[in-house]
Design a protein around this ligand. Structure first.
Ligand SMILES: Nc1ncnc2c1ncn2[C@@H]1O[C@H](COP(=O)(O)OP(=O)(O)OP(=O)(O)O)[C@@H](O)[C@H]1O
Length: 601
């Protein structure tokens, strides 16, 4: 923890500099305007002080001399009004400019965060620390950047005013400015300590905090609503959530209590020091070294300087605290992405030699055992391969590797003798399509749900209808109120919910919406009725004529149509061959096939 604190302290300056640089690129004129407004704000208190002093002295004179001196008093009052209007004007303008800067920064960083989140390797998404970090930056990391800048400008503004005040105070007595300077130290110490403690408390609370948020999401989620009711889980989940909530509240209260005690002692010290300084002023007045105007103006100066110093200390601490949070954002943005076009190596067209998997070994970051253990096999172009095996045998992991979604540590995958790891990802994805076991259900229009298969052609009606027909979605469309433009899912107004099987057909259409050389289907028909499933598999050869097909299925009956069957067990490839060959081999496949077959006898 100490090491982390030290590192963060060192990197604080770096992240503030980064944020400033970005802002300078994003909104140079707004930044300049903000600096000018801040400068005006810095000078106003000194003019105010001068006006106060003049006003008191001239009013005292007018009271003793009568109406002869009233013109000068009126002039001073007009100046005071002008200053007041300027102050209000600069304050409103500053808020407006800050809001504009905030919007630009928010847009910029939110876009970067979303791009990064969709660009980092899939392996990273399996790691809890990724979600902890994402949660912290999602709760306003980019807004904290603008806070650093406004705090920096506020410090600069305060310093200008404080220097002006100190010069005024020093012109009366050097002791006054020394007294003022020593007031800032305890305040600064307190605010930095408070910021640091709150930040590290957040770091420690993030993992459990995520769990608590997950539990409360579960309690309100549509997906698990049925199970929560049927299994009566409300009390259990609620008490788990309450336990975490109470623990975190207790920790926060404890920290605030400690900080409040420190703050109280610092405030007492500051109050005592201010009283001493005021007493010193009275002593100077008694000695005849101050007029009444001077006395009022200096008392006001001391109060203002003290408030400004506290505000400066608070803002310096704010810069430090927000830099710690911004550091998280910067670290996240610096994560390595899947290189989309780092290579000039494109997908081989025409695709003639097929796919070769050599000694492929893969382990998930948080797991002990290998998900894939030295897997080697090849697929000819145009071949239809079925992958079968018990749950957890590595089938889905294998197809995700074939799709280039995971970074390989050992072994390689070649498409027409071109190494997938070195291939340009964009080019690769133009020629490969997939239907996943946990396919996405986009709560958008049906057109978008299919068109996402190749976003550039989303308006191509003929292509849309062809893809829909291939998976039997054309029958669904006729029953939808707005055809392809019907909003799907229950999330938004007029949303039309589909059955799970219908959603799966839409996912298959999406895969068929693009031209492909290779199609990978991970249990593509698990939710379909037997008639639809049989129809899709019967038509698969026709729909994928000349294309390479790899599919995973637990229904071994449909695998009989494959040119070759690959059998997986505990991450290893244990058998491969045609259905007839594997039955003759009398191995794992035959055992699985016979077990399934007995249910149909
Ligand atoms: N995201 C993940 N993080 C960690 N381990 C994982 C992850 N996904 C899968 N695994 C592990 O990797 C192994 C292989 O899983 P995989 O999903 O590839 O199996 P599968 O054969 O597709 O299973 P199923 O038939 O149930 O879909 C399993 O032991 C599983 O626990």
């Amino acid at each position: 923890m100490n090491k982390t604190k030290k590192n963060n302290a060192r990197e604080t300056f770096h992240s503030s500099k980064q944020i400033l640089k970005t802002l300078f690129h994003l909104a140079p004129y707004l930044l300049l305007t903000l600096i000018i407004l801040q400068l005006i704000a810095a000078l106003i208190p000194m003019f105010q002080l001068f006006i106060t002093k003049e006003l008191i002295n001239r009013v005292t004179l007018a009271f003793s001399e009568g109406s002869d001196s009233i013109d000068k008093v009126i002039f001073i009052l007009i100046c005071q009004l002008g200053l007041h209007v300027t102050n209000i004007g600069q304050d409103s303008a500053k808020r407006y400019v800050e809001l504009q800067i905030n919007n630009r920064m928010s847009l910029h960083y939110n876009e970067l965060i979303s791009r990064k989140a969709t660009g980092i390797p899939l392996n990273m998404l399996e790691q809890p620390e990724y979600y902890n970090q994402l949660q912290r930056i999602s709760s306003g990391g980019e807004i904290r950047g603008i806070k650093i800048i406004t705090a920096l400008l506020q410090v600069a503004q305060n310093l200008i005013t404080i220097i002006g005040y100190i010069v005024i105070l020093a012109s009366f007595h050097w002791m006054l400015c020394v007294g003022m300077l020593i007031l800032i130290a305890p305040s600064l110490f307190y605010h930095i300590r408070a910021g640091n403690s709150r930040y590290f408390q957040l770091i420690n609370q993030t993992p459990l905090g995520r769990k608590s948020r997950y539990l409360s999401t579960l309690l309100r989620s549509r997906e698990v609503a049925k199970e929560i009711r049927i299994f009566g889980l409300t009390s259990y989940l609620l008490s788990f959530w309450k336990e975490i909530f109470k623990l975190h509240s207790r920790e926060k209260l404890e920290l605030e209590r400690t900080l409040s005690l420190s703050k109280l002692s610092i405030e007492l010290f500051i109050g005592f020091a201010t009283t001493c300084i005021s007493g010193f002023l009275v002593w100077l007045g008694i000695q005849g070294r101050l007029t009444l105007g001077h006395f009022v103006a200096l008392t006001q100066t001391i109060a203002s300087t003290q408030a400004l110093m506290q505000n400066t200390a608070f803002n310096i601490a704010l810069i430090y605290e927000n830099s710690l949070y911004t550091q998280d954002l910067m670290n996240f943005l610096e994560l390595n992405e899947d290189s989309e076009s780092a290579s000039s190596y494109s997908f081989p067209v025409p695709f003639t030699k097929g796919i070769k998997v050599e000694e492929l070994t893969f382990k998930y970051p948080n797991k002990e055992h290998l998900a894939l253990d030295n897997v080697s096999f090849s697929i000819k172009t145009g071949e239809k391969i079925a992958i079968v095996g018990e749950n957890g045998s590595g089938k889905s992991t294998l197809v995700k590797c074939l799709l280039g979604l995971y970074k390989l540590e050992k072994g390689c995958i070649m498409y027409d003798e071109r190494n997938l790891s070195l291939m340009d990802k964009y080019s690769f994805r133009q020629h490969v399509t997939a239907v996943f076991q946990d396919f996405a259900q986009y709560h958008l229009s049906l057109r978008e749900n299919i068109g996402f298969g190749k976003i550039e052609h989303i308006e191509d009606e003929a292509l849309l209808q062809a893809a829909a027909t291939k998976a039997g979605v054309d029958e669904i469309v006729t029953k939808l109120p707005n055809g392809y433009d019907t909003q799907l899912g229950p999330t938004f107004l007029d949303g039309h919910e589909l059955s799970h099987g219908q959603w799966q057909k839409v996912a298959i259409s999406r895969a068929f919406f693009r031209n492909f050389e290779v199609i990978i289907l991970d249990e593509p028909t698990a939710s379909l009725d037997p008639v639809t499933e049989a129809a899709i598999f019967e038509r698969l050869s026709e729909l994928t004529e000349g294309k390479t097909v790899i599919y995973i299925s637990h229904r071994l009956g449909v695998c009989k149509t494959a040119d070759r069957i690959v059998v997986m067990k505990q991450g290893r490839l244990i058998e491969q061959g045609t259905h007839t060959e594997l039955i003759q081999e009398n191995g794992e496949y035959k055992k699985m096939f016979q077990m399934q077959a007995q249910w149909y006898r």
